[in-house]
Design a protein around this ligand. Sequence first.
Ligand SMILES: Cc1ncc(COP(=O)(O)O)c(C=O)c1O
Length: 432
Amino acid sequence: MKQRQGLNRRRVVAAGAFAASGAALLAARPADQGAPHAGEFAAIARALKAAGLAAQPTLVVDRARLRANAAKVQAHAQDHRLALRLVNKSLPSLRLLDEVGAAAPGARQMVFSLPYLSLVARERPQTDVLLGKPLPAAAAAAFLAAPPASGFDPTRQLQWLVDSPHRLAQYRDLARGRGQPLRINIEIDVGLHRGGVADEETLRSMLQMVREEPLLRFAGFMGYDAHTQKIPDIAGARERAHREALATYQRLVDVLRGSPLMPQAGPLTFNTAGSPTFRLHDGSGAANEVAVGSAMVLPSDFDTPLLADLEPATWIATPVLKVSDFAAPEGVGALGRLARAWDINHRTAHFIHGGHWLADPVSPPGLSTSVLMGLSSNQQLLIGSGTQALRPDDMVFFRPRQSEAVLQQFGDIAVYERGRIVDQWPVFPARG
Ligand SMILES: Cc1ncc(COP(=O)(O)O)c(C=O)c1O
């Protein structure tokens, strides 16, 4: 009798434990992450359809958000008496660049390749250009051999970036060979260690070379400091790196100003920063201008506290081709069934037009890729609960992680404003 009572108690305890773990398991099951498009994305989808742009992957820019971001970036520069230089490769469309300020008289751009230099010099001949990377002297030679007939004057409007005595010698030889003056901006290493001059000795020797060659005109420094916000922030590493970058810049400018090699040039360009760091510059450092591109459209890689007041302004929109119950491919069918049974967000399959971009799905919410299917540039699978209520020909939206090299993958940019597609902006050719 006693034995039986013990047995019953054990059974009750076991049943209780079973029920409790079952409840815990149920509680751990993922909730439905899905929902239909919020109003804003529904409105953009309607506008794309109305404009006949819903049949292909299309890049959309929200003009109001773009203008608001540009106004904030410009206000920061103005408030701190810093010039603003637009990063050409991060905003790869002349009309997009115009929209954020490049159309203003004397507007400055940082350009990173020969094809884009030629394009800007030809199509926007008023632009003041600083190269953002040291191009091979052969690229400079090619540009100078076929100057645009637009009125762009390289002697006045173009600063070639030079990172070493060796490259400076190449540019000097180019200037001599052509009998043509070249403006030289020296890349300085303020801590990124991507290149440029780090030590005073090398800087002095380069300034000496510039001084000895009347065809070379010293134009300034470029010191890029994005690392100060990209490195892991271990024990205040970012703050320290920022302070060191400022100090290095100042030290090298002091070398220049204090040296008899100080050129008799006009105003000099002391460029620094990029989207991740321009807000750290308040005009009290040696730099007198900041370069900014990506922040204008705020791709997701730039979601940082320093840029928290800016808004995403660009998306990839693409049509859904097929919607069905999710079935994983043969070979992993059982795993697919398990995933479906466990996670409501694995119930529905959506195959879209294109995919595998440097971008993440943002609307409707609750869509994700599946490890059981992988990625595809042709027809990407997005799984979801089905609560998104998507049907074939409906649109889904991705947010780019970066703008460089992504914005020009879709043909003309569709410009969205107050419920309509109001313009289409051609993009740069992919080969930059
Ligand atoms: C020299 C230089 N300056 C500035 C930038 C910043 O560009 P963005 O504002 O798009 O981050 C870059 C980006 O690569 C760069 O190489």
